[in-house]
Write a protein that binds this ligand. Sequence first.
Ligand code: GLU
Length: 446
Amino acid sequence: MTTVVRFAPSPTGRLHVGNARVALINWLFAKTQGGKFILRIDDTDLERSKKEHEAAIEVDLRWLGLVWDAKANQSDRFAAYDAAADKLKAEGRLYPCYETAEELDYKRKRQMARGQPPVYDRAALKLTLSDKAKLEEEGRKPHWRFKLDETAEVTWHDLVRGPCHYHASHLSDPVLIREDGTHLYTLPSVVDDAEMAVTHVIRGEDHVTNTAAQIQLFQALGAQPPNFAHLPLLTGADGQGLSKRLGSLSLGDLRAQGLEPMALNSLLAGLGSSNAIAAIDSLDELARTFDMGRFGRSTPKFDPEELFRLNARLLHDLPLAAVADRLRGLGMDADEPFWLAVRGNLELLSDAEAWWKICRQPLTPSIEDAAFAAQAAELLPAEPWTVETWKDWTQTVQGASGRKGKPLFHPLRLALTGREDGPELKTLLPLIGRERALARLQGQTA
Ligand code: GLU
């Protein structure tokens, strides 16, 4: 049987790193199984769902490289959900309830005060036809609950949590349809997973109790429940939920900051698993070591600093071909000696721009000791320059000036680059070239 997974975001906002992690793990799982990855847009809530968010989700997933094999919108599939609801109603598994939110709240509080679990008491099942007619005459509209089989224990073997058991009598019958006739997430998700032959539902552990009810829904609809894997939710480095800081951790923002998508993928594939976290430069390579069995129940902590460290490590080894287009996009040439000279000093790709300017554009030098700089200028060898030139030149300057170590190198670096530190000067010097180097050592803007 072909493995089929789905990533099912609601297009009510921007994707954040927690969503990206679920998408990535689904994608990698499908990849390792030779399976299919479906993008399902959970847009049954027509008011809160926005096309612009859906478009942004697609941009974000493409940026990460998580290309989907098929896409579906729940808003195109209301007929299928209505048909499933009709079948459940006909079988007495979906029943109308008339309590208001306040009434339900009151019931819950009373149960809790008595030390009872706040499980829905199924009072609506006792309503007679005339009770219901009376309530509807009063203008009440029903919401609809799925009648769980309270005699059954729901069990599944979770790919992350291991064996799971829920006794249905400890759960409230879930509301599937609101008073205004719209579907909540629970039923559409089951209908889609069944019709799209989803074999593995991999999602956050905030859905564990939904799973217990959804397994009974699959059975009530005559479908085989898929396998489930519930991942612990990411927290911030401080162990707090990510939600408060989601703004700064949206994929759109990380992309705008110039982060490498593979830095994020590398981190998210490793967090919460027993795999060591390393900077990996392709999804195929990540997939080679991916193993769902290595994810456990410990809370994965997301630390943006770790992300930026991985980003730097990734850049340090990237070949020119991997960044050529983006260098050009940032106004630089895709020049191999330049890239090899600077990549080890970058945290973000855009940091290369400053070095590009230092090599190719006029700069006002910082001269610590004009006489020394002028002496060094006079000793500059003739071109052509190679990576050996720096060593040959500074040895000559050392012999002539008697300086060595920092007093020799530091003023030369400052004069040539205007910076205290940076890439090795043996690689930068040939890129700066004799004409600029000479003028800068003489204190001229060049
Ligand atoms: N739209 C749901 C969510 O974003 C999907 C959950 C699921 O994967 O079933 O939480």
